[in-house]
Design a protein around this ligand. Structure first.
Ligand SMILES: Nc1ccn([C@@H]2O[C@H](COP(=O)(O)OP(=O)(O)OP(=O)(O)O)[C@@H](O)[C@H]2O)c(=O)n1
Ligand SMILES: [Ca+2]
Length: 530
């Protein structure tokens, strides 16, 4: 008989954390088996072994053992991801306790890709919802909230075709309502929300919100909040969010105020629609097209030997490129790669208008940006691209090293790149040269990161077991899991209590011994006795 054990390791009785997922292949195992081992040295450390069948039912577990679950679907422009989060019972207000236990990548395009076949948007999510059903205990399905947040792809579709965007949302709502979970809404979130929730996610996971002991004391001496900024790069939009050193009220639409765990945060955020890496490429091609006389175009951002054909008529339907629309005497454009990093950088630079700034300082396109402050976590496509280029090691690369690595990669002929990375989707692979150059342009020219503060950018995919992104922050906010005020300090833990008792006993015994020695001086301590 096939029997696979799921192992759960718990730091204490109430906060188990899943160390291994159920193997669906073995969930049919009919044997029931449950063991609880308490080690003698660490009384509070428990190891629980349950066969996979019971991972779904948890029959032998106390009612409150597993806490809660929540599901968030990130309906991005390029694809949809479903995340399952889990938190231990009664601990949901602690910081860092909610963890991602599952991620499912939905097959096919992002939901905005269903603009012509809107009724198919919802059914595309079914497979991942089934996967979530297998992860969350049956008993808890009904009370598990499920949220869907759509980002820039749907923002663009709403601009282009409002009716189609509404139909897509109705279709996904219908599917989510038919799942056995507690449907809480499917909506297009704003760019500001995307930035803010990304910032909340990474600082929650890094444990930056709630400080205890000496850390709290140290931070109370400093005026600035020790939070990390957040840089998110998607397919259609990009966000920058951080707590600036000093806040000017020049551009109130870029400021957000939060009170979290008893502390006030004044956060700057901006979302650039059309500056996600796919739309940035579209914008670049639309500009290049303006100066093209015939139907072929040499592109320095693609590898030498790479070729691609695009349809010119569909190209300008997109709100990110429609301003560049004009009539062309050809319907297909043939693109041929040149693999020239410097030329590519110059080409991309045109996307960032640095001429007009109505504020004391700007990023680009006349958007206010206060001076950069602190460390930044850069995730989503920032991470995918830098990780592919092997530029995310713990010992950070300098800006020059990063630039020369991308330059080297861009100079490689396409047939060689394709041969080496045959397992990677051609759509991704063909664009890593452009994406690398675009990331440097955005960070260096757009936000004005320099050689000095470049090392403050940390490219990260996950923090612990959770993906960096806006979804966790979104769920924490909507389920009220981040309190405005600091929850009262918990009573002493069992370990600290035992330690304190032992210390008190030792002090008491020492005092008694000392007193006894003082008052009943034993003969050996009396003068004259050797
Ligand atoms: N291994 C991967 C995975 C994704 N991508 C690219 O990364 C971008 C998507 O990043 P993502 O953060 O998933 O964007 P979305 O959420 O889909 O877009 P948005 O946030 O703008 O709605 C796309 O260009 C996709 O082609 C990549 O280059 N390599
Ligand atoms: Ca995204």
């Amino acid at each position: 008989m096939h029997l696979t054990l799921c192992i759960y390791i718990s730091q204490n009785d109430l906060s188990p954390s899943r160390s291994r997922r159920c193997d669906p292949a073995s969930e049919r195992s009919p044997r029931s088996f449950s063991v609880v081992i308490e080690t003698k040295t660490e009384l509070w450390k428990k190891l629980v072994l349950v066969p996979c069948k019971h991972c779904l039912e948890h029959r032998n577990m106390p009612e409150d053992f597993w806490g809660g679950y929540g599901i968030v679907l990130d309906a991005g422009s390029s694809h949809t991801n479903l995340y399952v989060y889990e938190w231990p019972a009664e601990k949901e207000n602690d910081t860092g306790v909610v963890q991602q236990v599952e991620v499912c990548k939905v097959e096919g395009p992002g939901i905005s890709g269903y603009s012509q076949t809107t009724e198919k948007a919802g059914p595309s999510l079914v497979q991942c919802l089934r996967q979530a059903e297998g992860v969350i205990p049956l008993k808890q399905h009904q009370e598990t909230p499920v949220y869907l947040g759509a980002t820039a792809g749907m923002r663009l579709l709403r601009l282009e075709n409002k009716d189609a965007a509404e139909k897509v949302l109705s279709s996904v709502e219908k599917t989510l309502r038919s799942a056995p979970f507690n449907f809480q809404g499917a909506r297009i979130i704003s760019g500001q929300e995307e930035g803010a929730y990304g910032w909340i996610t990474i600082n929650y996971l890094l444990g930056n919100f709630k400080q205890s002991g000496w850390k709290k004391f140290l931070h109370s001496l400093k005026s600035v909040s020790e939070t990390s900024g957040a840089l998110d790069l998607g397919g259609a939009s990009t966000q920058i969010t951080f707590v600036p050193d000093e806040i000017s009220s020049e551009s109130p639409q870029n400021l957000l105020y939060f009170r979290l765990y008893g502390k006030d945060y004044r956060v700057y955020t901006h979302s650039f629609l059309c500056y996600g890496k796919d739309q940035a490429l579209q914008q670049k091609l639309a500009r290049d097209l303006q100066s093209t006389e015939n139907s072929s175009l040499f592109d320095p951002c693609f590898h030498q030997g790479y070729q691609r054909t695009i349809s010119v008529s569909n190209f300008f339907k997109n709100p990110c490129t429609s301003v560049e629309k004009k009539q062309f005497p050809f319907s297909q454009l043939h693109i041929e790669g040149e693999g020239n990093y410097e030329k590519c950088r110059r080409n991309i630079q045109n996307l960032f208008n640095k001429t007009d700034c109505p504020y004391s300082s700007c990023s680009f396109n006349g958007i206010y940006l206060p001076p950069l402050q602190g460390d930044f976590g850069a995730f989503s496509a920032f991470y995918f691209v830098m990780n592919f280029l092997n530029l995310t090691s713990d010992d950070p690369f300098t800006l020059d090293e990063v630039a020369s690595a991308i330059k080297k990669f861009c100079a490689r002929p396409w047939h060689e790149v394709k041969l080496q990375y045959h397992q990677i989707k051609e759509k991704y692979l063909s664009e890593y040269c452009f994406s690398g150059a675009y990331i440097l342009s955005l960070l260096e020219n757009g936000y004005e990161f320099t050689t000095e503060n470049w090392k403050r950018i940390h490219f990260l995919g996950k923090i612990g077991s959770s993906d960096a992104g806006w979804t966790l922050g979104y769920m924490l906010n909507l389920t009220n899991m981040i309190p405005a005020e600091e929850p009262p300090a918990p009573p002493l833990s069992y370990g600290s209590y035992v330690g304190l008792m032992v210390l008190c006993s030792l002090v008491l015994v020492s005092v008694i011994l000392l007193a006894w020695l003082l008052f009943h001086k034993p003969k050996c301590l009396q003068k004259g006795v050797v």
